[in-house]
Design a protein around this ligand. Structure first.
Ligand code: C5P
Length: 234
């Protein structure tokens, strides 16, 4: 059984366009938040220094770059990513078992490597949209299938929507990480997230970490909002 402190279970998504803004947010939230997600928008704007800036504040980083390429290129990208000392990195499960195994192997050879998460099916996919790509199964079946494949290949866990978290826990047990975005406290707006759960529901369903962005960054009192989320999962 993993023991993660409530405070460490909250990952705040720094979906902002510049490293200066990201650092400002990380500083402001640091009394309550110790884990931040750096995604494609911020990393493309600010590069590795953005991650270094957040790490310098003593916070953990989930580097959410969702690599998807041939095995050798993905492994190389992960080696570069690991040098930035994030705690979590991710790749697309659809890159296949060979790529996932190579990624897992590559990270395991490093000293204090980040945990490897696999992205299954993006929550923006409807079943109709998925069919158009040639994937015949619905998303629920595909998510389970890809989760099994990723864990068999050596990934440490998956990114899963609140809709899938409980099912994956029931199916595959406790010994892997689930990171859940699409989390909305009762007091916040849903924005464009459709399949949402409250922080408490997500943790009760088996998420190890929750990713929360706009409910905190768009709140009139962001630090207070972050505190409320941590209190809810305590
Ligand atoms: O602002 P909000 O709380 O919706 O932010 C959620 C974060 O999680 C965003 O950075 C988004 O890109 C990410 N994410 C998601 N759904 C996924 C994978 C990642 O919302 N399936």
């Amino acid at each position: 059984m993993k023991t993660i402190k409530p405070k460490d279970r909250l990952i705040v998504a720094l979906d902002v366009p510049s490293p200066a803004e990201a650092k400002k947010w990380a500083k402001k939230l640091s009394p309550t938040v110790g884990f931040f997600k750096v995604g494609l928008e911020l990393f493309t704007a600010g590069g590795p220094e953005t991650v270094a800036g957040i790490r310098a504040l003593g916070a953990d980083v989930f580097l959410d770059l969702k690599f998807f390429d041939i095995p050798n290129t993905m492994a190389g990208a992960l080696k570069s990513a690991a040098k930035l000392k994030p705690s979590l990195v991710n790749v697309h499960a659809l890159a296949g078992p060979e790529a996932l195994a190579k990624c897992a192997e590559t990270l395991k050879q490093l000293k204090n490597p980040p945990k490897l998460l696999a992205v299954t099916i993006l929550t923006s996919f409807s079943n109709e949209e998925l069919k158009k790509t040639g994937v015949k199964h619905g998303s629920a079946k595909m998510v389970s299938h890809l989760c099994r494949m990723a864990l068999d290949a050596g990934a440490d866990g998956v990114v899963a929507s609140p809709l899938e978290t409980k099912k994956l826990r029931d199916e595959f047990g406790e010994k892997f990480l689930i990171v859940t975005p699409g989390v909305r406290p009762e007091w916040s707006a849903k924005n464009d997230q459709k399949r949402v759960a409250t922080p408490r529901e997500a943790i009760d369903d088996g998420a190890d970490y929750i990713v929360v962005g706009r409910p905190i960054l768009s709140s009139p009192n962001p630090l207070e909002a972050a505190k409320k989320v941590v209190e809810e999962i305590s």
